[in-house]
Write a protein that binds this ligand. Structure first.
Ligand code: FES
Length: 216
């Protein structure tokens, strides 16, 4: 009889099994093949990973959707701004001629706005002359505003500034405002005719039809 090993006891020998036979199936499992424990545990883990991936994917889609929406909105605003820059508001089809009253209606050096909206001209008295300045910016055609407190004509579109006499001095406007024809009629009224214009840079402001002399 072999000596007993107290560390690794040898199990008692049982009845021999037939060669190649499987261990008996647990009661109640019938003829179904048993599921390996490792596979059964992996299924919930795989389903969880799949669910996580789907959520990540959906999250990516929604974030990219938000990104595109923001990009589209920014592009739209940019396009509107560009359109505003390239095609500023311009007044068309105002009457070309208008009687603007006698010189005495303009007693001091100033920019008179009575005919700005109706006819697109300022009547300006400055340095011994009355002139009709056309209210169209020489940059891209916006309508500037007379700012009496600052003593200048200022364009709201891109910031061009003009002196009271129409000479440009700041901003992108490349040249002075244009004058319209102004003449003194026999009835004592002045008549403005925008069909004829005078440009400073061409020396046309010396033309006698571009101003009416008054006592300074
Ligand atoms: S239109 Fe550009 S400054 Fe007037």
């Amino acid at each position: 009889m072999p000596p007993e090993n107290p560390v690794n006891p040898v199990p008692p020998a049982g009845p021999p099994s037939p060669a190649g036979a499987s261990p008996p199936a647990p009661a109640g499992t019938g003829s179904k093949l048993p599921v390996p424990p490792a596979t059964a545990a992996a299924r919930p883990a795989a389903a969880g990973a799949e669910d996580l991936s789907r959520r990540k994917f959906l999250g990516l889609i929604s974030w990219s959707g938000l990104g595109w929406a923001a990009f589209s909105a920014a592009s739209g605003v940019g396009s509107i701004a560009t359109g505003r820059f390239m095609f500023p508001n311009v007044l068309y089809e105002l009457p070309a001629t208008v009687k603007v009253g006698p010189p005495d209606d303009y007693p001091s050096d100033d920019v008179y706005e009575k005919y700005k909206d109706s006819n697109g001209v300022w009547i300006v008295r400055d340095a011994g002359q009355i002139t009709a300045l056309i209210t169209v910016c020489t940059h891209l055609g916006c309508t500037p505003n007379w700012l009496p407190n600052e003593g200048k004509i200022k364009c709201p579109c891109h910031g061009s500034g003009f002196r009271r006499n129409g000479i440009n001095f700041e901003g992108p406007a490349p040249r002075p405002l244009e004058r319209a024809k102004i003449v003194l009629l026999e009835d004592g009224n002045m008549m403005v005719d925008k069909a004829r214009k005078f440009q400073y840079e061409k020396g046309e402001w010396n033309d006698p039809d571009s101003f009416i002399p008054v006592t300074a």
